[in-house]
Design a protein around this ligand. Structure first.
Ligand code: SF4
Length: 423
């Protein structure tokens, strides 16, 4: 088994960093993963909130805007070699971020449904059907993500229960459609899960579901606990029961998890990106790398297959924010049977027009699942056209389209190709 420091070096020097699709991209993520730079949450922990946390919510948002300016200036200094200041002795910007998510929970506008229900009371539920509690289906070293995320020791993936979309073909239907799946987890338990995954060598903490957006308050509270976290035996016991690979042999190593003596790990937002501006603002200060899932074209497919309105406008607006903010991200697009013309082509065209340099994974692993799987008790006849894998010619058409548009997709898409199809 590799020594912990060897894991860092090994990941940091893997050949994919020099591939054309990734060259010059993801440098912030790469440096944080290798502990050459602090994660964003560490920078936020070093800055003052600039407001008392019991102030009215609009004052908190104004303080966040001012704090964002200070954050960006400090991040740039640190990126170019300045040291990370110590943790702020007063209320920090990181605590303000967690408080804002708590305030949002009382009139929930985490995602574009903008349900405005008070999830702290739980008397009325929104589209995600969740009150304030958070459940984790499982967490583990994920060896199935893109190489840039799974590296040599896996992506530290935490799967949350439930979702705010209703994709008929969901490839994680057991998690996304069953809100009671998994185990209840407090913010401290979530923080301990992240701590354990990083201690064991994971290259990032991968917040995913279902969708993580609907658990925003718990995730941001967990991240706010990470600076200085030292889990107790009870914390570890609470966290380990949901760990899918708890009996696998990983060599824990504190050297792997530290930057200037404090916990460090890149935070990865792996989401359907159906989020509000407010959620994006909070995540901008806490996520080091983003993995948006861009599924549907601008027609009616999002409504018909996922019962989701405002899809195209919301996704494209949030992706444009990533570009405007200069964030590190890769985009996923799943090829669906009979949806190359209406979904794959316009999605790829939009990326080529607005962010041609963005690395894209055009995924060919669609399989009939959830309401689209004949033989499954949940199967619905109206989804019969989706009850097959994409044909070889559909996959080739998707790849050809991407190549003709000059997209950076080959290294991300081909290395995990299920069908071995490539141009
Ligand atoms: S997370 Fe989204 S779906 Fe759930 S209550 Fe909030 S706004 Fe509604």
């Amino acid at each position: 088994m590799l020594a912990p420091t060897a894991r860092l070096t090994e990941f940091d020097t893997l050949p994919f960093w020099h591939e054309a699709d990734l060259r010059g991209r993801m440098e912030w993520y790469r440096a944080v993963a290798a502990n050459r730079l602090p994660a964003k949450f560490r920078i936020c922990a070093s800055l003052p909130a600039g407001v008392a946390l019991d102030a009215p919510e609009d004052e908190l948002w104004r303080a966040l805007d001012a704090g964002t300016e200070r954050f960006l200036a400090l991040k740039e200094h640190i990126r170019t070699g300045a040291p990370l200041p110590g943790d702020c002795p007063r209320t920090s910007l990181l605590e303000l971020i967690a408080e804002l998510a708590r305030r949002m929970l009382a009139h929930c506008n985490f995602c574009r449904w903008n349900c405005r229900v008070d999830r702290t009371r739980g008397e009325k539920l929104g589209a995600c059907k969740l009150a304030a509690g958070t459940r984790v289906s499982s967490y583990f070293h994920h060896g199935g993500e893109e190489l840039v995320y799974r590296g040599t020791h896996g992506s530290g993936t935490i799967f949350f229960t439930s979702c705010n979309m209703r994709c008929a073909f969901c490839q994680n239907g057991d998690i996304s459609t069953d809100r009671l799946n998994g185990e209840e987890a407090t913010a401290r338990t979530l923080a301990t899960m992240a701590w354990v995954l990083r201690l064991e060598g994971c290259h990032n903490i991968n917040w995913v579901g279902g969708d993580p957006t609907i658990h925003l308050h718990s995730i941001l509270e967990a991240i706010a606990l990470l600076p200085g976290l030292e889990p107790s035996r009870d914390d570890l016991d609470a966290a380990l029961s949901a760990k899918a690979d708890r009996f696998a042999a990983f060599a824990p190593g504190r050297e792997h998890m530290l930057f200037e003596g404090g916990f460090n790990a890149p935070m990865l937002w792996n989401s359907n990106f159906f989020m509000t501006d407010e959620t994006m603002k909070l995540l901008r200060l806490t996520m080091d790398v983003w993995l948006p899932d861009f599924k549907f074209g601008p027609g009616r497919c999002a409504i018909e297959l996922a019962r989701t309105g405002w899809y195209w406008d919301t996704l494209t607006r949030n992706l444009l924010l990533l570009r405007e903010w200069g964030e590190d991200f890769t985009i996923r697009h799943l090829i669906m049977p009979d949806h190359v013309e209406c979904c794959t082509a316009p999605v790829l065209d939009w990326i080529a027009t607005h962010m041609r340099e963005a690395p894209v994974n055009i995924m060919d692993q669609y399989h009939p699942d959830n309401y689209c799987a004949p033989g499954d008790a949940k199967f619905m006849e109206r989804y019969r056209p989706l009850a097959r894998r994409p044909r070889r010619e559909e996959i080739l058409a998707a790849y050809r389209h991407a190549r003709e548009r000059g997209l950076r997709f080959e290294s991300l898409s081909y290395e995990r190709s299920k069908t071995g199809v490539m141009l």
